[in-house]
Design a protein around this ligand. Structure first.
Ligand SMILES: Nc1ncnc2c1ncn2[C@@H]1O[C@H](COP(=O)(O)OP(=O)(O)OP(=O)(O)O)[C@@H](O)[C@H]1O
Ligand SMILES: [Mg+2]
Length: 259
């Protein structure tokens, strides 16, 4: 019980160039029934990147995000997250890795029914070991940032779809994960709320969090410095906007530069 191995610690002494946070190599996913949702994906994402994942419905985006989030293991190939080979970790080690490092915003929000927004967010930080009062304070702060300071006591059934989505975003960012994965985080939001959510994700990224966002929104994708496009289970393009190349691309996003 008291023995809790920490699979999230740095696996190797790191003095060289930064190791990728996300490293997929020949990753495949075949679902029971035979759908080959991913057919050999190679992807390397460095700490602090913000990557948009785009592609048609059914192209494998959510499947890839589930592999990156260690919610599922690849059918073939390897997935390494923060240096850890996901296929080699036990379920328990995987949950520890997830709980400590990864924040999720799912396509379906996965909020606990019948639990107030504040506690939905605060409970997401249970694993971090902070006392309940501190968790609730941080949860309230995160909910205020997504514009829900006036709905702290509302249960999911008492919130609109967009509000539920914002609770999910607050829950994902409240614990300040080092990796944030978001599946259509602005899909159900009006323009203003969508911008508010994106601003939060960008701020999180500016403070060092690696962010991967699945989106169908061209505006969201265009604002990301890197865009990975999937089709039929394969990455077909992987483009970067080179911010350092003197181009004033997209209007000043990074006042602080990179650490
Ligand atoms: N649990 C599952 N069992 C069987 N097939 C699945 C399962 N989940 C997804 N698929 C299939 O795998 C393919 C990829 O699905 P995925 O959810 O990754 O697509 P997506 O790119 O996220 O699409 P969308 O934009 O519609 O969310 C689809 O053809 C889908 O029908
Ligand atoms: Mg999807």
């Amino acid at each position: 019980m008291s023995h809790r191995p920490d699979p999230t610690s740095d696996p190797a002494g790191t003095t060289g160039p930064p190791a990728p946070v996300i490293e997929l190599s020949g990753a495949e996913k075949i679902y029971p029934g035979g759908v080959r949702a991913l057919r050999g994906v190679d992807l390397s994402v460095l700490p602090g990147e913000l990557v948009a994942i785009v592609g048609p419905s059914g192209s494998g985006k959510s499947t890839m995000l589930h592999l990156i989030g260690t919610l599922d293991r690849p059918s073939a190939g390897t997935v390494r997250i923060a240096g850890h080979d996901v296929g080699a970790l036990s379920d328990r080690q995987l949950s520890a890795l997830r709980a400590r490092r990864i924040g999720f915003v799912f396509q379906q929000f996965h909020l606990a029914a019948g639990v107030a927004a504040l506690d939905n967010v605060a409970d997401g930080m249970l694993y971090g070991g902070a006392p309940r009062r501190e968790r609730r304070e941080r949860a309230a702060e995160a909910l205020r940032r997504v514009g829900l300071g006036h709905r702290l006591g509302h249960r999911p059934g008492e919130l609109s779809g967009g509000e539920r989505q914002r609770v999910a975003v607050a829950r994902a960012v409240a614990g300040e994960p080092s990796l944030l994965l978001a599946d259509e985080p602005t899909g159900n939001l009006d323009t203003a709320s969508g911008h508010a959510v994106l601003t939060i994700l960008r701020e999180l990224n500016a403070s060092g969090t690696t962010v991967a966002i699945i989106t169908h929104d061209d505006e969201v994708a265009a604002a990301a410095p890197r865009r990975v496009r999937l089709r039929d289970g394969l990455i077909v393009t992987d483009e970067r906007t080179d911010i350092d190349a003197g181009g004033k691309t997209g209007g000043g996003a990074h006042p602080g530069g990179t650490a």
